[in-house]
Design a protein around this ligand. Sequence first.
Ligand code: BTN
Length: 329
Amino acid sequence: MLENINSLAEKFLFYLKKNAIKKSLSVTGVRNKFKLTDNQLVSILSIIESWGYTINLSANQIRYHHAPDSLIDTEIKYGLKTKLIGQSVKSYQSVKSTNDIASSLAESSQKDGLIVTAEQQTKGKGRLGRSWFSPLKTGIYLSVILKPKFKPESAPALSVMTAFVLAETLKNFTDSKIQIKWPNDILLNGKKAAGILTELSAEKNKINYLIVGVGINVNQTIEEFPKDLKETATSLRRVNRKKTDRVELLQSFLVNFEKEYLKYCDKRYLSSLKQINEYSSLTGKTVQLMVGKKLIQGVAREIDKSGALILSFDSKQIAVNSGEVTVIK
Ligand code: BTN
């Protein structure tokens, strides 16, 4: 019943967002359209208001006023032009980590394409056991649940694919220089603005699920970053000197992600290689990284179609599948 009234409230809200922004509608007309009694209308409006929306009601007129400044499911889903990714959304105010929530949802057999978002993470996870700075209402903290049919060995390329999708998306939100630092950091003007943490649950030959966690620094000011990040991290706000609409950015990312993901599921290799390599910050640089227990130094050549970084090293070429690269000056 609660599920039904909430989904009716969502439909009602979407109708108002579409039809009652520029002009008021007659309450009787809308009530009749949705076949609501007066009491039901009151309940629905109070649900919508409890989500943070403002609806103006006067005499027999109803008008949509404004949405909350919040990454809530109704805002994310409204007008979202995807078929799969983000059509189901679980949005939270504060969680430890959206990746952890997504993993437990995926365990309990939630759908492919469901996304989890939060306004804040208290234990946001970064790669290699690091934490991800996730202050309230300024960033995008997103986890996408995927249940692909391909084999576990095709999964690592999805991190590079996601970095590419982020780079392509950000192109429409900033004029600053966008780079991918292999495998999955996004740099704006040389500083880190977004990161990806992909977590895989698989059996021998089969992926149970894959969580693609994405953190984007959107509206943080430089003052808001902790001391140890001030030098190396950035945000869209810092490079653009203005705020970005997080819902618009997230929707655009989801649309681009779906396009690239479906292509990847079909081909099982990275097909936008030329563009991916154009974004790479490492090409031609001398880099160091640990491969197993060995520290190796080589020249980064290119990212290949499986997402590996090709390094020239001791007059041979090796493909590195994962790791933390340090550029040698
Ligand atoms: C990194 O660059 O180290 C990866 C950062 C990934 C952060 C995102 S925020 C949403 C999702 N939930 C997490 O706990 N981590 C990822």
